[in-house]
Ligand binder design. Structure first.
Ligand code: ZN
Ligand code: ZN
Length: 231
């Protein structure tokens, strides 16, 4: 794996720990449609409201693995990306610091943090799984949510959900039987342990003409939105 790619993944993983809020979803290597450019923009880590399209909660993180300090130009182009995707806040994470002008230019809505390059060598990806989709190359699944269901007095059933950082497909991991499953964008799945619920994915239009893929948990009593990826 190339060094900058490892660095992006480290920043994504640390972001799931740092922004550990059940109402937020962390999407590594996201691709969302720019509101101004109308083009797909790549975002190293997108932090978005989990349950519906709400740009007031949107935050973008850019990982800059650089030999030199980041400068004012990089801050300006990052601010341009933030505007295009409607993010209110942004964080630039860099290996080798930043110039004073870059810091001044960043003002309040852009944070600059340093994670030194040495961390790249000490890091392991044990907590990530390979993407289960046959055609996805090199994708890793970041499990970012644990989901428990209780039926009457039985101990809760626990499932983990995550998404691949290359093809972005949702993954479900049933802890009762150990099954793991990748879901397509408009898909449906019931685990072979045959509990009385199933999972659905659906692409839904949002008010501003963008779309999201929703991951839904469906049982006899209700349908819950568990996760969302903006497109
Ligand atoms: Zn994948
Ligand atoms: Zn199962």
């Amino acid at each position: 794996m190339e060094k900058w790619r490892v660095y992006e993944r480290i920043v994504a993983l640390l972001s799931t720990e740092k922004y550990d809020d059940p109402s937020l979803t962390v999407i590594p290597n996201a691709r969302v449609t720019g509101l101004i450019s109308n083009r797909k923009r790549q975002i190293d880590v997108l932090i978005d409201y989990r349950f519906e399209h709400d740009l007031t909660r949107r935050m973008v993180i850019d990982a800059k693995e650089r030999k030199r300090p980041i400068d004012i130009k990089e801050v300006e182009s990052f601010e341009g990306l933030m505007k295009d995707v409607g993010a209110q806040r942004g964080v630039l994470v860099c290996t080798n610091g930043y110039t004073k002008a870059a810091k001044n230019r960043a003002q309040k809505h852009i944070g600059i943090e340093i994670i030194p390059a040495e961390e790249i060598d000490t890091f392991n990806f044990n907590s990530w799984d390979n993407c289960l989709h046959q055609k996805c190359e090199d994708g890793l699944v970041l499990w970012d949510r644990y989901f428990g269901v209780s039926i009457q007095d039985s101990p809760p059933y626990v499932m983990a959900t995550g998404k691949c950082d290359v093809c972005h497909r949702f993954h479900i991991w049933c802890w009762s039987c150990g099954n793991r499953k990748v879901l397509g964008n408009e898909d449906e799945w019931q685990c072979s342990c045959k509990e009385p619920w199933f999972w659905l994915t659906a692409i839904e239009p949002e008010e501003d003409n963008t779309k999201s893929i929703y991951l839904l948990f469906c049982s006899a009593s209700d349908i819950k939105i568990v996760d969302r990826i903006p497109l």
